[in-house]
Design a protein around this ligand. Structure first.
Ligand code: UDP
Ligand code: MG
Length: 317
């Protein structure tokens, strides 16, 4: 059996309300491409009816559908990584299950791939997210671009296309905590971005809270750059130079002017400021040590309980 040209990888976590609408739009859009394709759904340990809906869909279109069922909730990125390991297409597209990106835009991405790009990112046309997400994401983008040299106008959009070479390279990476678009970007030679549509979540609710967005951005910075650590040692150097100068100044003052009594609270302020910086530094170190800790344990990234696919689709050689 020859491998398909396009593989679509879709992580699914508690999406029962939106899945049918996704199937109804996705498959016609893919049939219209005129390319052979496969759709790989990864059920990331959903606790609702999503696995049953995916199984139904597999039975409806077993020729082009594959379903990987996880043994628990391992997170969106690991679900996508599992999809990558099973994808056989020359061009691999990731898509969210919530219909926030129209499946019809897959064609736009693939057209760019056909022009010779090996990575096609996407920018949401008009963002229907809340305002604080706009502000936060712009600030994070600037910071990330400076720290990691990864140019991504819109990091929140998972509708992206990758070439086989990039997928193979990603499959060689054993990292546990990663951000796939950033990882792929760092391997790409000829990346580009296109503008895609963006809609309100079709059904269900976002799986991400403010907390997990902050976590994601920490992972992004610490996972792709050690500049925060280096910047911190530079800051430490400046602070110690400053406090050294302050000590000398106070000694000289004591010799020539006499001991001072006032300024106690100024000293407090300086002390608290330094303590704050030190605590932040410890936290930052913790981020990196936590990453190292996770990686050295070398636990499996995910556990698969079952795969629904036609027997001839078995990708074991
Ligand atoms: N998702 C997943 N595992 C998780 C959380 C999310 O597989 O632990 C999937 C989810 O089903 C969706 C995609 O990842 O297909 C993006 O999730 P969501 O739409 O909640 O994120 P947002 O669009 O709000 O950033
Ligand atoms: Mg979404």
């Amino acid at each position: 059996m020859t491998p398909p040209i396009v593989s679509i990888v879709i992580p699914v976590y508690n999406e029962e309300d939106g899945l049918q609408a996704l199937f109804d739009r996705l498959y016609p859009a893919l049939d219209a491409l005129g390319k052979t394709y496969e759709v790989i759904f990864i059920n990331d340990g959903s606790r609702d009816k999503s696995p049953a809906l995916l199984a139904d869909q597999y039975h409806k279109r077993p020729d082009v559908t594959r379903v990987i069922l996880f043994n628990g909730n391992f997170g969106q990125h690991r679900a996508i990584l599992a999809g990558f390991e099973h994808a056989r297409g020359e061009q691999v597209v990731t898509l969210d299950a919530d219909l926030q990106n129209p499946p019809e835009d897959i064609k736009t991405l693939l057209d760019e791939m056909d022009k010779g790009h090996d990575y096609v990112g996407s920018i949401r046309r008009q963002r229907n997210d809340s305002w604080w997400r706009h502000v936060a994401s712009r600030a994070m983008n600037n910071l990330r671009e400076k720290l990691t040299k990864i140019k991504m106008t819109d990091q929140g959009c998972m509708l992206r296309a990758y070439s086989r070479r990039i997928i193979d390279t990603i499959n060689q990476c054993a990292e546990l905590h990663t951000f796939i678009p950033a990882l792929a970007y760092s391997f790409s030679q000829h990346p580009t971005e296109v503008i895609v549509g963006h809609e309100e979540r079709h059904a269900g609710e976002s799986k991400y809270s403010i907390y997990s967005l902050i976590r994601l951005n920490f992972d992004l910075m610490t996972g792709f750059s050690i500049v925060p650590l280096q910047a911190f040692s530079m800051l430490g150097m400046l602070v110690s130079l400053g406090s050294g100068a302050l000590v000398i100044l106070l000694i000289l003052r004591r010799i020539f002017v006499g001991p001072e009594v006032g300024g106690l609270f100024t000293l407090f302020a300086i002390a608290f400021f330094l303590i704050g910086i030190a605590l932040f530094g410890i936290g930052l170190l913790g981020e990196y040590i936590g990453r190292i800790y996770h990686e050295v344990r070398q636990r499996p990234r995910y556990l698969i309980s079952a795969i629904l696919q036609r027997s001839e689709q078995n990708d074991q050689p």
